[in-house]
Design a protein around this ligand. Structure first.
Ligand code: NAP
Ligand code: MG
Length: 411
């Protein structure tokens, strides 16, 4: 069989620990036998970031701007313990934060749905993709405590010397105050990335806020979403039969629980913090069945697994033990990246290959009922084999061979 040729390279960001081990295995066993893989490779393992004073992370993000599409392995975000463990110069920033900032990207978390892993919410049949705004609100808020009755106001002073003041309600005793902000440009980027992602995936978009109560702040979010939709996306949405819906946030929560899924849920920073973890746990109960995609308003795209470097398993691996670490989300990071590459370059074989590889994973878990321990714990019975990482990848490979014999990827 001839290997699939790529038109342009994918930007590949390698990472750390067990995720790095699985990253190499997935490439060797499941991708390189079928695809003449072209990547622009950046090694983001923590030692390399340390040696380059983290410039490798910045260069990798710039490369994604150049080529449009990247795939990323999980990386260590160093804390004091990690600095000691790896003998680092300092606690480098989270690579994901650096990349998100350079690309001005929004994160989309999507569950990998399997027939034998039943969501905790019985109505859910299709994915609910959570998009979290990652700027401002309480995350860059300021607060103060006061000890007696008094008064408070917010004073805004512009660069040109304009002043606006608003008073808080009378403070009748001791208490607390918090103030926070957001920027129109950031809200707009978030809205644009959300609409773009929904279009790319043929999904409706929901956005929820509390504009009835928060008549300035949340109302601004609602306005921006509505304007970006009307001016830039409405026509395309209508042509594709897709919908944009604004709901009051409490209504949004309850509709999500009653829905069958199949939409992108754009959330303000705090809602997203909470519901991304809740939706993930309710869908699959395993972080290894969750992908994470970054999309910028300009259309830069990066796919990764939602989980981290799986440090505990890595220590066992280093001792020579066989671990049952799940490579599913890493496989899907590759398939999503390759699929996006294929779509943009009109290399249909690459799109077909990505879909086949996802199907091979599904058949392994749903039909062969071969799975790693994290999935075996949450799957419906029967489970025919609790596999090590290598055994699982071999089983996926067998399904891949069957699929590629039945229908070569050039169709
Ligand atoms: P983690 O790597 O996601 O692992 C947490 C636990 O979840 C594991 O110990 C394991 O549970 C389970 N798990 C996660 N992925 C799994 C998989 N593929 N297969 C089976 N089980 C899996 O999170 P962490 O331990 O908090 O963080 C470790 C390192 O990853 C940290 O240095 C952190 O900075 C980094 N991190 C990176 C990213 C990223 O690059 N996007 C994201 C998160 C964390 P059991 O041990 O119970 O089996
Ligand atoms: Mg959270």
């Amino acid at each position: 069989m001839e290997k699939i040729q790529m038109d342009k390279p994918l930007v590949e960001l390698d990472g750390d620990e067990m995720a790095r081990v699985m990253w190499a295995l997935v490439k060797e066993k499941l991708i390189c036998p079928y695809v003449d893989l072209r990547t622009e490779y950046y090694d983001l393992n923590v030692k390399r970031r340390d040696e380059t004073d983290d410039s490798v992370t910045v260069r990798a993000a710039e490369a994604i701007k150049r080529w449009g599409v990247g795939v990323k392995c999980a990386t260590i975000t160093p804390n004091a313990e990690r600095v000691k463990e790896y003998g680092l110069k300092k606690e480098w920033r989270s690579p994901n934060a650096t990349i998100r900032e350079i690309l001005d990207g929004t994160l989309f978390r999507a569950p990998i749905i399997l027939r034998n892993v039943v969501p905790a919410v019985r109505f859910w049949r299709k994915p609910i993709v959570v998009a979290r705004h990652a700027y401002g609100d309480i995350y860059s808020g300021v607060g103060l405590r006061f000890e007696e009755a008094g008064e408070a106001e917010i004073v805004y002073r512009s660069v040109s010397g304009r002043e606006i003041r608003v008073k808080l309600p009378a403070l009748k005793g001791s208490g607390v105050i918090q103030a926070y902000h957001n920027l129109d440009a950031s809200i707009e980027s978030f809205a644009r990335a959300s609409f773009k992602y929904a279009l790319m995936n043929g999904l409706d978009l929901w956005f929820g806020a509390k504009d009835t109560i928060s008549k300035v702040y949340d109302a601004r979010f609602k306005e921006v979403f509505s304007r970006v939709y009307e001016e830039e996306f409405k026509e395309e949405f209508q042509r594709r039969g897709l919908n944009y819906e604004y709901y009051l946030i409490d209504d949004a929560y309850s509709r999500v629980m009653r829905s069958e899924g199949g939409f992108v849920w754009a959330t303000k920073n705090y809602d997203g913090d909470i519901v991304s973890d809740m939706v993930a746990s309710a869908f699959t109960g395993s972080l290894a069945l969750m992908t994470s995609e970054l999309l910028s308003p300009e259309g830069y795209y990066m796919a990764e697994a939602a989980h981290g470097t799986v440090q505990r398993h890595y220590y066992r691996y280093l001792k020579g033990e066989k671990t049952s670490t799940n490579p599913t989300a890493i496989i899907f990071a590759w398939t999503r990246g390759l699929k996006e590459r294929g779509k943009r370059d009109r290399v249909n074989e690459l799109v077909a290959f990505s879909e086949a590889l996802e199907e091979a994973v599904r058949r392994t878990i749903e039909e062969d009922r071969i799975m790693t321990q994290d999935v075996a714990r949450v799957a419906e019975q029967p489970v025919s084999m609790v596999a090590t990482t290598e055994q699982f990848i071999e089983a996926v490979k067998r399904n891949m061979e069957k699929l590629s014999r039945k229908k070569p990827f050039d169709e």
